[in-house]
Write a protein that binds this ligand. Structure first.
Ligand code: ADP
Ligand code: MG
Length: 521
């Protein structure tokens, strides 16, 4: 399985323009730079640049038609050849996920029907559509008045959504009506339009089925599937601290599903034995789309404005983690991609740069010849390379930026050294689990640190205000003392909390023999 990672930047909207917000995203053909304004402790500003490389970067001038041509069009033909393809829109609410995703299924259906009526004429192929939503961990049918659905796993670990309406479509007009109906049902949910859609994942699936031996009497079998997933807003992490219990739980559920999705894509991309599908409803539902021949396209949508900087960086870091780590088993490229991850990490003084699953895997492959089955799956990879060439031919993607990445590769700058895993220490699936857990813990730690830095900044601002007030004539000493006391204990608590977290993480790394030296050189 290969994940094709794209970023789409939307234009500044009226509100942002009215607030005079700046466009902080500089785009190149397949890389982009985020210009983040930061404050020093003395409150003077400085600029930090974050560079990211993806398979493609679509800027604000790229139309929806071009998005279709670059992301979905190349994969339509392969779903007639036993392949499942999944296209995700990821990003914070308001970044353009729905805008990007909405036109894709209809365009794809048009192409599918065209192939069915020409290339695959009279070969017993049928097109089916279904459209549902995952909201608060529950499934609702968007083509059947939001009927609540259950999910069941059969003996063969096949996930089946009981009662999901699936419509066979013969022409573009019918599918257009169905898609519009589903979209309308989605946006008129119980609590109203945008709020609800930002908290749910919408999943539209186009299934290609074929009657066995061309006989119409038997139920047709699924040949391939194309899924379009408009994910819940990625900023939902903030909800986990909300006072409303319902909101908090929904936020936690969304976090969990986005995290599980990332872990599944990474695990599949590395051909890891254990895929953590059970991590969430979303990944369970998508299980069959990820098995066998599969393709994933992740379109990460970003807002260009300075006000969205933090969310944008979070989105890009997520996208960076799901982008393909191994293409065609070429280990040089593997190193390259993981170095690019490290590079992004080192650009961030806050990130630890735990080696990614792929570097770990590669180490195993290097020292353990019998694990080298990865070389066997060249055929699908080749066809993917060809698809990428098609993408390339579309104009914008004339280079992949490997050269810049390679330059970076020559100056490794990691602060930590990683021990080669010892052959006898490793049980394959156990190490996968451990590694996933470790990666998760790393991410939690870095997030906690980031949050702590933000809090510190806020506290510092408060302290500066307090100092200004203290200088005013007639200042109340009582008030000053009590506020300073609160501030100092807030600072101390924050530091202690982070120290505990860090110590725990170090202990965990030691347990797993990952870290050779934690104190640098
Ligand atoms: P999300 O689904 O991520 O919450 P939307 O797709 O609803 O965000 O987009 C938010 C707003 O921005 C909408 O009004 C949409 O029309 C507009 N928008 C998003 N992307 C673009 C784009 N590439 N070009 C023009 N307008 C856009
Ligand atoms: Mg939306």
């Amino acid at each position: 399985m290969t994940c094709f990672a794209q970023v789409r930047k939307r234009p500044l909207n009226k509100k942002e323009l009215a607030k005079n917000e700046e466009d902080i995203i500089e785009t190149l053909s397949n890389s982009l730079v985020v210009h983040e304004t930061k404050l020093k402790v003395d409150l003077t500003e400085y600029m930090e640049k974050h560079e990211f490389v993806f398979d493609a970067v679509l800027n604000e001038e790229v139309s929806n038609d071009e998005v279709y041509r670059e992301t979905v069009e190349p994969i339509v033909p392969i779903i007639f050849q036993r392949t499942k393809a999944t296209c995700f829109a990821y990003g914070q609410t308001g970044s353009g996920k729905t805008y990007t995703m909405k036109p894709l299924p209809l365009k794809a259906s048009r192409d599918i029907l065209r192939l069915m009526h020409h290339t695959y004429r009279n070969q017993g192929f049928h097109l089916f559509v279904s459209f549902f939503e995952i909201y608060g961990g529950k499934l609702y049918d968007l083509l059947s008045d939001r009927k609540k659905l259950c999910m069941r796993e059969d003996g063969k670990q096949q996930v089946c959504i009981v009662g999901l309406k699936e419509f066979r479509v013969l022409d573009v007009e019918t599918i257009k009506e169905l898609i519009e109906k589903g979209n309308a049902t989605r946006s008129t949910g119980t609590t109203g339009a945008n709020e609800e859609s930002s908290r749910s994942h919408a999943i539209l699936q186009l299934a290609i089925k074929r009657s066995v031996d061309g006989k119409e009497s038997k139920p047709p079998r699924v040949v391939g599937k194309l899924s379009f997933i408009d994910l819940a807003g990625s900023e939902r992490g903030a909800d986990t601290t909300d006072n409303d219990k319902q909101t908090r739980m929904e936020g936690a559920e969304i976090n969990k599903s986005l995290l599980a999705l990332k872990e599944c894509i990474r695990a599949l991309d590395n051909d890891q034995g254990h895929i953590p599908f059970r991590g969430s409803k979303l990944t369970e539902v998508l299980r069959d789309s990820f098995m066998g021949n599969s393709r994933t396209v992740m379109i990460s949508c970003i807002s260009p404005s300075s006000g969205s900087c933090e969310h944008t960086l979070n989105t890009l870091r997520y996208a960076d983690r799901v982008k393909s780590l191994s293409k065609g088993g070429n280990s040089k490229k593997d190193v390259l991609s993981s170095t690019m991850n490290l590079k992004e990490s080192t650009a961030q003084p806050l990130s630890l740069g735990l080696p990614t699953a792929s570097t770990f895997e590669d180490d195993i492959n290097d020292t353990w010849p019998d694990q080298n089955e990865r070389d066997d799956f060249n055929a699908p990879e080749d066809s993917f390379e060809q698809e990428k060439l098609m993408w390339k031919k579309n104009g914008k993607l004339d280079q992949y930026g490997f050269s810049t990445a390679e330059n970076k590769l020559r100056k490794p700058n990691g602060q930590t050294k990683w021990k080669e895993p010892v052959r006898s220490d490793i049980k394959h699936s156990k190490s996968d689990d451990d590694l996933n857990a470790l990666l998760q813990e790393e991410e939690d730690l870095v997030n906690a640190h980031r949050k702590q830095v933000e809090e510190t900044m806020n506290i510092v601002k408060e302290e500066m205000n307090l100092l200004v007030e203290a200088d005013q004539p007639g200042n109340q000493l009582d008030d000053y003392i009590s506020r300073l006391t609160t501030i100092l204990s807030q600072k101390a608590a924050g530091i202690t909390q982070l120290q505990t977290r860090l110590a725990n993480f170090q202990r965990r790394l030691k347990e797993h023999n990952v870290l050779v030296s934690s104190s640098g050189y």
